[in-house]
Ligand binder design. Structure first.
Ligand SMILES: [Cu+2]
Length: 608
């Protein structure tokens, strides 16, 4: 129906041959829902020296590829993934969004749920997918090594008896609904990842040594592919006009963009005069140099619909996704079917996953799939191609605007119809059973997201930072001493309801907060004010307008806007020691992380 280009270097993607399509249709009829199996995978981690966007650097690979291979299962299957660490650094693998229900020691958090896998060692991650479906991903959780290449997708096909919202998309057209149902078994990959010239260790070294926040990337990759383009400063400045305003409102300083579209952050970085801070050593910055490497390309033929699995695997940046001239129906977010939204632009939060259906337009041409950085810190975009033409040896010429609806490199959407963009706050779960508990929570924990120095980011109210050395300590899941300033031990017992109130007092930075071991309901949210109450009950009693206990979004990661707040509510149904942290690697590395203990004594005797 639709297949990516064959014979490309870089990401290795399995096309969808027609025979598999037919087999899937048959399997929907033939396979009983209870036929859970064990899905075995080997993940061989190696280092290499490659140039995915035209510049050579040391990078990491999983089974010789970046991103790593797809791990797939049917809902209820067990996944058994053996990781062979052939790198020269310690490693763990975290299965992002997988609850690890009953197996907290398989969560892949170094110093929290396991000891690191040291060079030459292996480790078997063995866990169930029961109760979970949709899109997830796996990534290194030691230091920032996932942004060097240790990352890949996990896809769990929903059980046959899951209610699906496809009729709302197709307006009851049975043929169209059956097409979506078939595409669901193997959605096309659309993985966005940011990329740097330097390794994450080198960037971290620069961050702590020079005291600079490396909020600047060398460009995005889509499915491990992409190229560097060097737009004019006039074009960057035009696309980034709103960023200049936001920064000026926060700091009083009129800033400017460098050749890679990075905002000059000297005023808050404390280290003036650096171009491309994440890319070069101070004093050795080089201006943007364009490359001509292949972009990802998808060839379309015949089908009325496409389905994409969108995953933000980036190390630091969220982005906006748009496809020139095409609508997108958002069907799932973070492994949950939602009330579908038809949009022309989708905010793709760091660590988050989205299943989208795209109606084809039956118009011979090449259309750009555009990811634009949504952060204040940089104007940059990467594109992949959606081609209705026959596969060709050469790629389409860059940037033909093939539609009057398109998104520029600053993430500004040009749409004569003013179609609403994706509304995260309104992304209600489709299944009515996914409802939060309504009564008072047994525990309310307050966090404050704060930049306590140029390169120290905290979430504890008192400003405590989780030291990077935690990764080498006896894992908190079974350690005798848990008395660290970033350990939250408030006596949570199995079955308790927990509210996390998170105020972000930073003026510019959105922090994408990720909770391990659970999904949560976003029961309050604001992008301009703190929560202002000590509990959800108090907020309700005072008539707070931000509280939403009526089918709120159900997520495992969610961005907290600058000056804003969120309240996450979850059920403590998974005894263990669970990380709660910002997913921006350089924030996690400099302290923005905590561990929430949950009925730990109940699980300690069961640890293998
Ligand atoms: Cu952060």
């Amino acid at each position: 129906v639709i297949s990516p280009a064959l014979g490309d270097s870089g990401a290795h993607i399995t096309p969808v041959p027609m025979i598999k399509y037919i087999t899937t249709l048959l399997s929907l009829l033939a396979v009983p829902a209870c036929a859970a199996v064990v899905r075995e995978y080997s993940l061989n981690l190696t280092a290499s020296y490659l140039a995915p966007n035209g510049f050579y650097r040391e990078m990491f690979l999983v089974n010789g590829q970046h991103p790593g291979p797809l791990i797939e299962a049917d809902e209820g299957d067990t996944i058994s993934a053996t990781v062979y660490n052939n790198l020269q650094v310690p490693m763990t693998i975290h299965f992002h969004g997988i609850h690890q229900l009953g197996t907290p020691w398989m969560d892949g958090a170094p110093g929290v749920s396991q000891r690191s896998i040291f060079p030459g060692e292996s480790f078997v991650y063995n866990f169930t997918t029961a109760g979970q479906y949709g899109s997830y991903w796996y990534h290194a959780h030691v230091r920032s090594y996932y942004q060097d290449g240790i990352r890949g997708p996990v896809y769990i096909r929903p059980a046959n008896d899951r209610p699906r919202p496809y009729d709302l998309v197709t307006e009851g057209n049975a043929t169209a609904t059956s097409i979506l149902r078939a595409l669901e078994s193997n959605p096309m990959p659309l993985y966005i990842m940011d990329w740097n010239k330097l390794t994450s260790d080198a960037i971290y070294y620069k961050e702590v040594t020079y005291g600079i926040d490396p909020a600047c990337i060398f460009g995005y990759l889509i499915n491990g592919k992409g190229r560097v383009t060097c737009p004019t400063n006039e074009a960057i400045t035009a696309a980034g006009a709103s960023r200049l305003e936001i920064f000026q409102n926060a700091t009083g300083i009129r800033s400017s963009f460098d050749s890679l579209g990075c905002l000059d952050l000297s005023a808050v970085n404390g280290y003036p005069g650096i171009d491309n801070v994440a890319l070069e050593a101070p004093g050795f910055s080089t201006p943007c140099q364009a490359t001509n490497t292949d972009r990802e390309i998808f060839y379309v033929s015949g089908s009325d619909w496409m389905m994409f699995n969108v995953i933000n695997m980036a190390g630091g940046f969220a982005s906006y996704l748009s496809i020139d001239g095409h609508d997108m129906w958002v069907l799932q977010v973070d492994g949950t079917f939602i009330q579908p939204q038809k949009v022309k632009q989708l905010y793709v939060g760091l660590g988050s996953r989205y299943i989208i259906a795209v109606p084809t337009v039956k118009n011979n041409g090449d259309f750009a799939i555009r990811f634009a950085c949504s952060e204040v810190a940089q104007v940059t975009e990467q594109i992949a191609w959606l081609s209705y033409n026959a596969p060709a040896a050469s790629q389409p010429v860059d940037y033909p605007v093939t539609s009057d609806v398109y998104q520029d490199m600053g993430g500004n959407l040009y749409d004569p119809d003013n179609t609403p963009t994706f509304n995260e706050t309104a992304a209600a779960p489709y299944e009515e059973s996914v409802e939060p508990p309504q009564g008072p929570a047994q525990h309310t924990i307050h966090f404050t997201l704060n930049r306590t120095a140029v390169v120290s980011f905290s979430l504890m109210d008192g400003g405590a930072l989780m030291p990077i050395e935690m990764e080498y300590m006896t894992p908190l899941l079974w350690a005798d001493d848990v008395s660290h300033p970033t350990t939250v031990d408030v006596g949570i017992k199995t079955g308790d309801v927990v509210d996390l109130i998170i105020d972000n007092i930073d003026r510019v930075i959105l922090h994408p907060m990720h909770l391990h071991g659970h999904s949560f309901w976003v029961v309050s949210e604001s992008n301009f004010e703190s929560f202002g109450y000590s509990t959800v009950e108090e907020a309700i009693a005072n008539g707070s307008s931000t509280i939403n206990l009526n089918n709120p979004p159900y997520r495992d990661g969610y961005g907290v806007a600058p000056r804003g707040h969120v309240v996450f509510r979850y059920i403590a149904d998974n005894a263990g020691a669970w990380m709660f942290h910002c997913h921006i690697n350089m924030h996690l590395m400099t302290g923005m992380s905590a561990v929430i203990l949950e009925d730990r004594e109940a699980v300690r005797p069961r640890i293998p």
